[in-house]
Design a protein around this ligand. Structure first.
Ligand code: 1CP
Length: 345
């Protein structure tokens, strides 16, 4: 069944007349129906761990916009939570964790009970695989080890990941152990999502852009290589998308070494470069500026056509360069969806 879905075909490099699309963070705070369920659930984590609510929230954007894919509703930080790290989401503050910044704290983490903790997520994946419309593909996801580690080490989001970059220089042995644990746990987590019905997997390396080139190879490319190999050993056919945000020209080496089926392209990367250098290697996804979805108008339409026209010769999934922001008017999302649905290559 998966085989016939436009989104999956594109990731396999099969050309189509219409361009498939979905939007990162397509479920979330810009939708009033999300806000309503979010309030009912209590906390954000209660929403993530409630299969009935998480299923419903995943389906909400599809009822409005007819995307080609739905992404499991969860968060990248459920992995450290399942490894035993404290986690809370504070309103207006984002995630708060007890930092794991030395060997002793690292040793308190464990895979014991990991899958049991995540069983509500697996149940959500199973629910969704039964409920999605026939043409819609189900994307499972996780954070990449480096990006997840930046939250684990610092205990919250940060502007330039300075604390984590420092730990990687100052206590390299412990940091390497942390990355290895994340490779292992993330691989198993994604394999279970595939077991439960995920048809494609996306791995978010949102903060890969602040690493020097050698560190990017060590902490982003090498862990991703291992994760892809681990998944393919069990699920050889499932398409895998990487998102090395901010990696710029390093995307080429990332794709060549990790052997991903698709790569998500951030807003700062030029579509001409992507067409010439990346599209011959794999499918590309992206890369509208999420702020154009806020501003709307002629600038938005022009940018959408620019991306469609520039990437029409190779495999392309239309998406944003990063997630939808809360102040986005849903009617602008509708406008972009309609343009893409009517566009023919
Ligand atoms: O208040 C709320 O309702 C919480 C807002 C929210 C939502 C809707 C958070 C908190 N996470 C999510 C869902 C989510 N997160 C999804 C599934 C929904 C979808 O895409 O439709 C996904 C794929 C993520 C992934 C995620 N979480 C990433 C990687 C992608 C990216 O945006 O770069 C990251 C870095 C996080 C961490 C996170 N989760 C939430 C916050 C506020 C943060 C911190 C972000 C930061 O440090 O800037």
């Amino acid at each position: 069944m998966s085989k016939n879905k436009l989104f999956i075909q594109t990731l396999k490099g099969i050309p189509s007349e219409r361009v498939p699309f979905w939007f990162m963070r397509q479920a979330g705070r810009y939708l009033p129906e999300y806000m309503k369920l979010r309030k009912e659930a209590g906390s954000f984590l209660d929403l993530c761990y409630n299969p009935e609510f998480a299923t419903e929230v995943t389906l909400q954007p599809l009822r409005r916009f007819n995307m080609d894919a739905a992404i499991l509703f969860s968060d990248i930080l459920v992995v450290p939570h399942a490894l035993g790290q404290d986690l809370a989401f504070k309103t207006g503050e984002g995630p708060v964790l007890t930092p794991v910044d030395n060997l002793e704290k690292f040793k308190a983490l464990s895979m014991e009970g990991f899958h049991e903790h995540l069983s509500p997520v697996y149940e959500t994946v199973s629910n969704l695989s039964k409920k999605l419309p026939d043409h819609v593909a189900l994307i499972g996801f996780a954070g990449a080890p480096w990006t997840v580690a930046t939250y684990m080490v610092n205990g919250k989001g940060s502007k330039d990941q300075a604390e984590t970059r420092l730990m990687a220089y100052q206590d390299r042995a412990t940091f390497e152990k942390l990355i290895d644990l994340l490779v292992q746990s993330t691989s198993e987590y994604l394999i279970r999502q595939a077991d439960h019905g995920a048809e494609a997997l996306q791995i978010f390396d949102s903060w890969s852009g602040t690493l020097p080139a050698d560190e990017f190879i060590k902490w982003c490319i090498e862990p991703m290589q291992k994760i892809v190999q681990n998944i393919r050993a069990v699920h050889p056919e499932i398409p895998i998308i990487g998102f090395p945000k901010g990696a710029g020209a390093k995307i080429r080496n990332y794709v060549n070494k990790t052997k991903v089926d698709g790569v998500s392209i951030d807003t700062s990367t030029s579509t001409s470069w992507v067409r010439n250098v990346i599209q011959p290697l794999c499918a590309v996804q992206g890369n509208l500026d999420p702020l154009l979805l806020v501003s709307g108008g002629a600038a938005l339409e022009k940018a959408v056509y620019h991306i469609l026209d520039h990437l029409k010769e190779g495999p392309h999934i239309f998406n944003l360069g990063h997630g939808i922001v809360p102040q986005t008017p849903p009617e602008n999302v509708k406008l972009v969806s309609d343009i893409i649905l009517n566009y023919r290559r």
